[in-house]
Write a protein of this length. Sequence first.
Length: 201
Amino acid sequence: MNKVFNSILAFLITIGSQVSAADPDDLQRLIDTGDCVECDLKGANLLASDLNGADLKGANLIDANLRSADLNDANLSGAKLMGANLNSAELEGAGLGSANLSGASLNSTDLESAVLISANLESAELIDAYLKKAKMGLANLRDAYLKNANLSDADLYSANLEGADLSGANLMGALLSKAYMKGAILCNTTMPDGSVIYSLC
């Protein structure tokens, strides 16, 4: 893991603009320990990094590049991930409770069994995301893009899905009790009972 992080550090030093955004001491702490609770990693380039099981609770990862990163079982609860690039990242079993992911990109991201309770995903992109068995109760998914996302068996109790685009999404077996879905696009969407809806196509 250290070899990966050392490569990242060298890259960040090369492009000073990234270093000035992320706190160098916090970045070194992440390199040395694999954990960085409440660290300032804003704008950090962590492309394809091995952060499996990392503790990043409350970390500032606004606009960070985490594309294709391994964040399986990582603790990102309460983290600030607004505008972050998490496309094709691995977040299976990750803890993202109360995290702010508004405007983040999570296209083709694996979030199976991830905990997103009370997370803010407003206007986030989750196209082709894999959210099977994800815990998303009370999550804010207002105006989120969930085209072709797999939400089978996901828990969306009391989630806000107002205006969300669920075109082609799979909600088979999902819990939608008390979910708010006003204006949601349900075009070729598989519902919890297996029926397919064509609404606002």
